[in-house]
Design a protein. Structure first.
Length: 177
């Protein structure tokens, strides 16, 4: 009994290794080196958020778009507020969760995630996200025409009374901290 108490006290004194995005791998995750631009990753898609997946051990982010954060709010026309990012994640899970996808790697982001174009059954999943108003065209012009169509048709975030561009939401939240 005394030995356990001593070991517990020693454990409290030891420095802890903390995981932070981009500089270490997450606890319990195997490290898979990031592939180079032009390579292709295939495997089952596990949805992490509205614009992120895990595929064959790689953290993947959709290139050319930005989706609402999980804690990002939006307001229906009937006046009720809801977590928009969670709704987008659920839609992406229904679309590709657990299905085989192909990721054409375009590079990596500041957090070490693979940036790429994701296809499922030959269809561009990023284009689907933007077309349905689940994401905005960002970081280039790839999906601009598709976003304009979603805006005109009032789909997804373009159908709400209040909805924010995810980049604006992150800047606003950072200013509060």
């Amino acid at each position: 009994m005394k030995l356990l108490a001593v070991l517990a006290r020693i454990a409290l004194l030891l420095p802890r290794r903390r995981w932070t995005p981009g500089n270490q791998r997450a606890p319990g995750r195997r490290h898979v080196p990031a592939p180079g631009a032009g390579s292709v990753i295939t495997g089952k898609a596990w949805v992490t958020d509205g614009d992120g997946l895990r595929v064959s051990g790689h953290r993947v982010r959709f290139a050319g778009l930005d989706a609402p954060e999980l804690d990002q709010w939006a307001k229906h026309r009937d006046g009720t507020w809801f977590k928009h990012g969670r709704r987008v994640k659920r839609a992406l899970i229904r679309a590709v969760g657990g299905r085989y996808v192909e990721v054409t790697v375009e590079g990596s982001d500041q957090y070490g995630r693979v940036l790429g174009r994701v296809t499922c059954d030959g269809k561009d999943v990023g284009a689907w996200l933007v077309r349905n108003g689940h994401a905005v065209a960002a970081y280039g012009d790839r999906y601009k025409d598709i976003e304009n169509e979603a805006r005109r048709e009032g789909r997804g975030l373009w159908s709400h009374d209040v909805a924010f561009d995810p980049r604006y939401w992150r800047r606003r939240q950072a200013g509060r901290g």
